[in-house]
Design a binder for this molecule. Structure first.
Ligand SMILES: Cc1ncc(C[n+]2csc(CCOP(=O)(O)OP(=O)(O)O)c2C)c(N)n1
Ligand SMILES: [Mg+2]
Length: 449
């Protein structure tokens, strides 16, 4: 694993920021988008792209006039302005072979980054399977699996620099492990032991957010604040397809666009919001198009193609860091498991869909490519599998014991200064615990007589 700072990408590589145990691989950017529409101009996607292209051209002209005075042009922004590719950006077919690019806006990630992505996906998948098993053993209260979304979870993290911030939802446990956070600390929330098991400032990762979309506003605010203080931090915020219907999604995009906050909004479109399908969520041709109305550069990607995820995220992070403003990336992916272990997806998902949900496996796809290209051999594959098994064994062992929790922790970190209501509730809990301890003591005393 390399840890070379990428000064050419604007990463300072200084000691100002904590180093996370990850491989950071910035990537130079390519020439313009081509072949913006498919062969059939009557295809709904082609028509939608034509409509949006017209309005985006106007916005682009405005943007160019507005920003010409402020930016230099020795770099290569998204050539199509705000318009996403007409079909999801894809580098690899299901069998791992290279496909003709739908756009030439992105360059292929380097071999080191691809190999590291494969390694982290295998480890992330093993972590996910282990966490699911722990719910069955009563060791975790709940677990929202991100199986099948492995390329989204890992590819996004690999595009970030050490100075960057992540704003995750409840589904991003795999991403947080990939970022280098201790898996036990990641699972503290889902075990019910506390609000957050890690120190968000130390690992530059906000607590996992259950209220939908609220984290986007936190990300926009942090990114804007960092920029105002002269730092080149990028905030990457996750959101699901269902949560794009929340008002906070729109407010977050608008704020970030108007104030050019360096945020990369990542929509993991897994087709479902618990039991609500995408078709009941939006009539938009792609969730990526939602960026256009706010003046946000946007893209849609095959989220099961790790190479495409890395290529687009590398550029999106660079773009945000360069000061041009936010980017919205929609990753088309698949939720293989139920919403959480507490959900029965057979009640609302067709049996056929459930059976084939895992067919688009991102790990298998990247492995086929890497082995075919001679970049991965049996020995290395076995070493990675062994590393993943060791992580799972360690997780089982450390989560096997009884948790040590202090109920008063519930009241810490809710607000910087506790509210009168919180103080009152804390006093109630204190009194209850004291009473319980006293009666337990009395029972023991009584037993001695
Ligand atoms: C503000 C708010 N409203 C409703 C909920 C209940 N809720 C939890 S998860 C969820 C579905 C979200 O779906 P999506 O955004 O697609 O994310 P996914 O679970 O698929 O990752 C809902 C409605 C919530 N947590 N917060
Ligand atoms: Mg969803």
């Amino acid at each position: 694993m390399t840890s070379t700072p990428h000064d050419d990408q604007g990463h300072p590589g200084s000691d100002d920021h904590p180093r996370l145990p990850q491989d950071l691989s910035g990537t130079p950017l390519s020439a313009g988008r081509s072949g913006a529409l498919g062969a059939d101009p009557d295809h709904p996607m082609a028509r939608a792209a034509a409509n949006t292209r017209a309005s985006a051209a106007a916005i682009q002209a405005w943007e160019a006039a507005y920003t010409n005075a402020h930016i230099d042009h020795d770099d290569e922004p998204f050539q199509a302005g705000l318009i996403p590719a007409p079909t999801p950006v894809r580098f690899l077919a299901e069998d791992g072979s290279r496909v003709a690019p739908v756009t030439d806006d992105y360059v292929e990630p380097g071999a080191d980054q691809l190999l590291e992505c494969y390694r982290r996906m295998v480890i992330g998948r093993r972590f996910d399977i282990q966490a699911t098993a722990l719910t069955k053993q009563g060791r975790l209260a709940v677990y929202p699996s991100s199986r099948g979304q492995d390329a989204c979870q890992v590819g996004t993290m690999l595009a970030l620099g050490p100075q960057d911030w992540v704003f995750p939802t409840y589904r991003e446990s795999m991403a947080l492990v990939s970022r280098g956070i201790d898996p036990v600390e990641v699972l503290t929330l889902l075990r019910g032991d506390g609000h957050c098991g890690y120190d968000p400032r130390a690992v530059r990762t906000a607590a996992q957010c259950t209220p939908l979309s609220t984290q986007l506003l936190h990300a926009a605010g942090l990114a804007y604040g960092e920029r105002r203080q002269g730092r080149d931090t990028v905030a990457l915020a996750f959101i699901g397809d269902g949560a794009t219907s929340e008002g906070d999604f729109h407010e977050g995009l608008n704020f970030a666009a108007v104030f050019k906050a360096p945020v990369v909004f990542v929509v993991q479109n897994n087709g479902w919001a618990i039991s609500v399908p995408l078709s009941k969520q939006t009539a938009a041709p792609s969730l990526a198009y939602k960026g256009i109305g706010y003046g946000v550069v946007c893209e849609q990607v095959d989220g099961n193609d790790a190479m495409a995820v890395l290529a687009v995220l590398n550029k999106a992070v660079w773009y945000a860091r360069s000061g041009r403003g936010p980017v919205l990336v929609e990753l088309h992916t698949v939720r293989v498991e139920a919403h959480t272990n507490a959900d029965d997806q057979t009640r609302y998902r067709a049996a056929d869909e459930v059976e084939h949900a895992g067919d688009h496996d991102p790990i298998r796809r990247l492995r086929s490519y890497l082995t075919g290209a001679g970049l991965l051999d049996e020995e290395r594959l076995a070493a990675i599998d062994a590393e993943a098994e060791a992580l799972a064994a360690d997780l089982r062992e450390r989560l096997g014991g009884e948790p040590h929790v202090d109920p008063e922790d519930l009241f810490a970190h809710v607000y910087a200064e506790p509210t009168p209501q919180l103080i009152e509730q804390r006093e109630m809990v204190r009194a209850e615990l004291a009473a319980a301890a006293e009666s337990a003591g009395g029972a023991i005393e009584g037993g001695r007589h």
